[in-house]
Design a protein. Structure first.
Length: 474
């Protein structure tokens, strides 16, 4: 059995764990607080250049942070509609998956979960892979849960008031690590049932990545095509594996799927709705397993923004203004004080205006013990949820603003984050979305409550909401 399959089987035992979701959202109190049960803030972001040089610059955003109850997650995702309503999906108890929404930037939340027709019975049983996506063009909310054998998909066109459920939404059974996204057609001349092509991509258990498409808004799905094989076809044929990140679609219908492949950041590109794929390597400054998803964003003009972590656990960004043919020189863009990162994810508003969410540690022992770090070396390591923003990503010398959304005295995880256990209850990925007003919202899991602050033990998880406000991306 592969390590990937073993990990999946092990995780099935964890269905009863108390987990939670943290979202990046709207303002409350800017005063930093170390009270685990209350609200807190990471304070004002620091301005810096690529490489970490701190500079003085106007317009630094503020970190805002408060908690949400009754929500648990391990792979948090969120979506935002044109009105700015934030949706996220999370576990409810130990039996079902719920959808929550907030119309006031995260201050208050209401349930809007899919139910079976004519009943109050939840349509989605508890899984390890809940996933939500909101189509920016149509406003349709997609809530899809991986069942390993296939996927259970519900969608709503009225803000979650009513739902349609499809229990067999997959292009190929037996899949994992799903991502669902949509965009305009590239080759289909007419889409009478739904104006966007919906894509569903997954990791094959053989470590490749495949994608299926739906031309009717998620009702039926074409057989999947393989974007990446599980071995290196360009080299000696060794197993390459690796996870892909969340996919995106450009205004011209081009599909982009980022992936750690053979120890390097790669990008799958399809210009014919997933029928065929071109694979390009976007950088070559890492030679080991990247440790987490790579991430891609595309703006309305077709510019690409790609973020990843290197083998030295640093956060890097590359951009392309020609559809992925050429790429900028890799730039280290993480917070100057962070010496280890994981789970980076990116989104873009207007051209050049990006936000990256990631987990980071300022006191990780990684720099001193790599490559021989042991779990015991991490007994005092604290991890925070960070956001890095800039409005100048396409400039030659952009200024970045970075900061934790939580108070450093109240970390969201303690211990070691790596491939085998991610960050405790935080597994394959987190998420970030830019709202219509230009505020970035990101999803994190807070696994560090009162006892954890002092002892390092994981004593439960809590849902939190925070954001970086004051630097709008639209």
């Amino acid at each position: 059995m592969t390590a990937f399959a073993t990990r999946r089987l092990t995780l099935l035992v964890l269905l009863g764990l108390i987990l939670s979701l943290a979202l990046v959202a709207a303002p409350r109190d800017l005063t930093p607080s170390a009270t685990a049960a209350g609200d807190g803030s990471g304070g004002k972001a620091v301005a810096h250049k690529a490489g970490g040089k701190v500079v003085t610059a106007p317009g630094a955003p503020d970190a805002l942070f408060h908690r949400v109850s009754k929500a648990r997650a391990i792979e948090p995702t969120l979506g935002i509609d044109k009105k700015g309503t934030v949706y996220y999906t999370a576990a409810s108890g130990v039996t079902n998956v719920d959808v929550w929404k907030s119309k006031d930037s995260g201050k208050n939340w209401t349930l809007t979960s899919p139910t079976l027709p004519g009943t109050d019975v939840k349509a989605h049983a508890l899984t390890l892979d809940p996933y939500i996506y909101v189509d920016e063009s149509t406003g349709r909310i997609f809530n899809i849960d991986l069942t390993v054998a296939c996927s259970n998909l519900s969608y709503s066109d009225d803000g979650g008031a009513t739902w349609v459920t499809n229990p067999i939404a997959c292009g190929r059974p037996i899949n994992d690590h799903q991502t669902l996204f949509s965009g305009p057609p590239a080759i289909t001349p007419e889409l009478p049932a739904y104006p966007e092509v919906v894509y569903y991509c997954w990791n094959d258990f053989g470590a490749g990545s495949s994608c299926s498409k739906s031309l009717d808004g998620g009702v039926s799905w074409a057989p999947g095509t393989q974007a990446f094989q599980g071995y290196d076809t360009e080299g000696q044929g060794e197993v390459c594996g690796g996870f892909h990140g969340h996919g995106v679609v450009g205004e011209d219908g081009t599909v982009y799927l980022p992936k750690e492949y053979c120890g390097q950041p790669w990008l799958g590109i399809s210009r014919d709705e997933g029928l065929t794929w071109e694979r390009v390597q976007v950088a070559n400054n890492t030679t080991e397993y990247l440790g987490s998803d790579t991430s891609i964003a595309v703006d309305a003009k077709g510019n690409l923004y790609y973020t990843y972590e290197t083998a030295m656990q640093e956060l890097y960004l590359v951009t392309s203004t020609d559809g992925g043919k050429t790429w900028s020189k890799p730039a280290m863009v993480g917070h100057p004080k962070v010496n280890e990162v994981t789970l980076p994810t990116i989104d873009v508003g207007d051209a050049g205006k990006i936000a990256i969410a990631y987990m980071g540690s300022e006191n990780s022992p990684f720099r001193g013990c790599h490559p021989d770090c042991q779990d015991s070396d991490y007994k005092d390591a604290k991890w925070n949820g960070y956001i890095t923003m800039t409005t100048q990503a396409l400039s030659k010398n952009p200024t970045f603003f970075s900061g934790p959304v939580n108070d450093r005295m109240d970390p969201i995880f303690r211990g070691r984050c790596d491939f085998t256990n991610r960050c405790g209850p935080v597994l394959d990925f987190i998420d970030i979305e830019v709202s219509p007003d230009g505020t970035p919202y990101g999803a994190f899991v807070d696994a560090c409550l009162v006892l954890c602050i002092k002892s390092g033990s994981i004593d439960g998880q809590d849902a939190v909401v925070g954001s970086m406000v004051g630097l709008q991306l639209r």
